[in-house]
Ligand binder design. Structure first.
Ligand code: PRP
Length: 209
């Protein structure tokens, strides 16, 4: 049985559709209920819906053999897992943004509000820029508006949230997308199943192109 942690939500539904196409269907997952675990013994697969930011924890600790996590989470938390495939879903970018017209003053410590403190710290460390990180858990865009920070480091997808709050991207740090990840021991002991899944997912993606 292959245990798969899927990110709950819209991205997860797209991911499940890819897995179904790849030969790992589990029809009961489409039933409209609040269950979180679904199993198809015949196909040898068990799916769990977990919070997107928790997928890597389940996989790292072996509660799931594989899962799908955003590159943002992998870069931020550096879980000890293998990254097997870029699924080309959930595409967005990690960016620095500020109020329209913002100019950085190098003589001052830059105040950076973010959910992604490690990504932000590494980014500014590589530039040698002195910063003060203000860790927030959501609605990051409010910080520069209220004067809590000078800039934010956050995910930008369509850019609508920034635009509607009169903020603009100053620089892109890294492109982000959903990745297939595997527990390290599982890749040894269930290598055939996992390799087969990866191959079939790749085939499905080629057909879509
Ligand atoms: C993410 C991100 C931005 C928004 C970007 O927020 O933090 O706020 O999406 O999307 P856009 O460019 O298409 O407008 P999320 O919905 O995950 O909520 P939170 O960060 O406020 O928790």
């Amino acid at each position: 049985m292959l245990n798969v942690a899927l990110p709950k939500g819209r991205l997860g539904e797209k991911v499940y559709a890819m897995f179904e196409k790849a030969g790992f269907p589990c029809p009961s997952i489409k039933e409209n209920n609040r269950k979180l675990i679904f199993e198809n013994e015949q196909a040898g697969v068990r799916y769990f819906w977990v919070k997107p930011s928790d997928v890597a924890i389940y996989v790292e600790r072996g509660a799931a053999d594989i899962g799908v996590a955003g590159k943002d989470i992998l870069l931020e938390y550096k879980p000890d897992v293998y990254e097997l495939l870029d699924l080309n879903l959930g595409k967005c970018r990690m960016a620095v943004a500020a109020k329209a017209g913002f100019r950085d003053d190098n003589r001052r410590t830059l105040r950076v509000a973010t959910k992604f403190s490690n990504i932000a710290a590494n980014h500014y460390l590589s530039k040698g820029r002195d910063i003060d990180i203000i860790h927030l858990n959501g609605s990051i865009e409010i910080a520069p508006i209220l004067g809590l920070s000078d800039v934010i480091v956050d995910i930008v997808e369509t850019g609508t949230t920034l635009k509607e709050n009169n903020l603009e991207v100053i620089e892109t740090i890294v492109p982000i997308s959903a990745r297939l990840i595997s527990n390290k021991a599982s890749l040894k002991f269930k290598s055939e199943q996992i390799e087969n899944l990866r191959r079939e997912l790749m085939k499905g993606m080629e057909k879509d192109d």
